[in-house]
Design a protein. Sequence first.
Lengths: 152, 178
Amino acid sequence: VPDPAPTIAIRKVRRGDLDPIVAIDATVTGLEKRGYWKSVFQRYGASRDAGRQFLVAESGGRVVGFVIGEVRDWEFGSPPCGWVFGIDVDPVARQAGVGTRLLAAICAAFRRAGVRKVRTMLSRDNTLILAFFRSQGMMAGPFIPLEMDLAS
Amino acid sequence: VKLQVNTSLALFSVLEFAQDPTRHISAAEIAEKYGVSPHHLAKVLSELTRAGVVESVRGVGGGYRFAGNARRLTLMDVIRLFEDFVPEDAERRERRAGAPGAKRQGGASDRESPQAAEGSAQRFQLADRRPRRDPGERTPVGRALNVVLSEIDEIAKATMSSITLATMLRLVERQQRR
């Protein structure tokens, strides 16, 4: 893992960050979801709840990545733990430790909120991000996601 | 997932080499450490060399050394060199496509680049796992069992594809500290 670039700053998201966040997400997923990101900002960015975190990475005055998560209590029978449910880095800013810095920052926030465990979930086809989380020390957890199609 | 002996040997060897890419390690040293014959190991190292994962160094102090990128090479990349992955036959794909929750899947050759293979939605299975038509495979019970076994295959594949050698070396370090 390379040393994090010294010019990267991690801070709380601001309303003015929405445009680059929407752009990064659209670049990576191929789908622009402005309405979704506005609601995510309202719920996590504008929240004063220490358990809700929406952080961005800034480099050279530009937002190059973000991470979102929250502390959830007793869901799935689990004691309170931090969940990371969104992390992304602008493809042109990758391989510089941005993701590592973002994850470290949200983990620190979760620790301050009083939890000692962090979880995430992602598609098993997404080997790039799976490999990233594993490189940070994450292993398979004790839960198994299940799903089914609902009959029409 | 049960790996063949050669596959396990390849993983042991690659991790030994990747721990110190500058160091030349002889086949005999690895063979002794893992209790296998140098002759047997030589075949494994030959395949790893052919694939460009390691390179042989001749002369005094020669041996093999790591030639890959530990932050990019995954366990699956090494496993693929030694395990025969066979694509599902068309009939089985059709069956799965009709199964609840199943999606029709396209595919690519199993010998494409790791990135391409990972991007492929086609399911591969270890050839030594279910290489033959099992008795009862065409029955409803057999088909249901296949759906369950497919889940395990998919999870195993995702796990092996997401653990790089660099990550694995950190796991090794953690085990050494225990």
